[in-house]
Ligand binder design. Sequence first.
Ligand code: UGA
Length: 440
Amino acid sequence: MAMIAAKCPRYEVTVVDVNAERIGAWQTDALPIYEPGLLEVLKQARGRNLFFSTDVASAIDKAEIIFVSVNTPTKTFGEGAGKAPDLQYWEKTARTIVEASRGNKVVVEKSTLPVRTAHAMERILNSNRKGIRFEVLSNPEFLAEGTAMRDLELPDRVLIGSHQTPEGIAARDALVEIYANWVPREQIITSNVWSAELSKLASNAFLAQRISSINSISALCEKTAADVSEVSRAIGLDSRIGSRFLNASVGFGGSCFRKDILNLVYLCETSGLPEIARYWQGVIAINEHQKTRFVHTIVSAMFDTIADKRIALLGFAFKKDTGDTRDSPAIAVARKLLEEQAVVVVSDPKALANARLDLAGAPAGRLLFEEDPLQAVRGAHALAILTEWDIYRTLDFRSIFEAMEKPAFIFDGRNILDHKALYAIGFNVYPIGKPPLTHL
Ligand code: UGA
């Protein structure tokens, strides 16, 4: 919404939320989320044509177009628990829109939703007795965290799904006009509503599948003399495959990949397609396996016991340049290390507040938080890189080696360090998908 307001001064954008604290924070310089470049864009429009409010009803009534971006977490109860999305927030929002509206409106699905949700929402919206007509569009968001502002400014594509009726096409064209203020027309693509909804789920499933594919190869590399970076480079130079998103890692995280694939799996299961459901389930299974494998490597390298050993985790966010830890592989790794009775020191430049919440309830004295990586590694038996923050590439590893217990171990869950140089300093180095370099 900040980008739309910045690029389209003629439109008035009001962001509403029931959470007054967050709405308050959006009006200060201490934004509720960390996203590089967001504050600058926000400042271009805030108070000019971008406003924040908790008065949901009056903002709905005044708006011609309503973007709905509410949470759709995975259901934790009842039918489809653990897989299906929990649509209660979406449905409540639809009912709030009906109640507060006095005229026709276009309702845009921004949240990622399973195929045919628009249909259900449309039925709720259009069952009103006020004679108001709601036109529902699907306009999935493809930005990635950490690069959100660039992704919004220069998107690969903008996708708008609408009904192919005259009203649907008119609504679609109104939304195309907004994006056309800064996105080239040929990159604004249109489709039917269901295709747009499915394209979002499928895009995330394809992206996650690439990571699980390279991670599966990384396991094989560790058992042979192959190096996953060399394999990934060779694969990626095939122009049909492409080189991006082929970095082997400790596993993918984030609020979307797992949730969206689970949605896809559920959709396949409920559509009578068990084989297809199992295929996509495999992408998640490999991701879980990768996290388990990582911890297994740590335990077995450190003489099959890490009880009471201090292990520093450098990075807790699910990727660099964000404070977001939702479904971060670091959560699973930290929990497994704690189960092994290690002393875990978590370090991250932006994610410590979230990490504290994620690991609440850990046994007293076994879990420490230290923003400064140099303090975190002091006296540690091992350090593990879990997020690819740039600052970790240039740490003074000679001093770190001096400050650590010996033998000192490094487990590079993101393959961002210079492994040979670390080995030369004296570390025992365990990358992902490459033979370890050890002095033992
Ligand atoms: C993802 C998609 O990339 C966006 O297109 C989509 O809009 C978004 O989900 C969403 O649905 O909201 P995001 O989760 O923010 O974006 O971040 P990604 O860059 O996709 O990274 C996801 C995870 O994969 C991270 O844990 C990252 O470290 C990991 N990853 C990524 C790898 O392990 N290897 C890679 O080569 C790339």
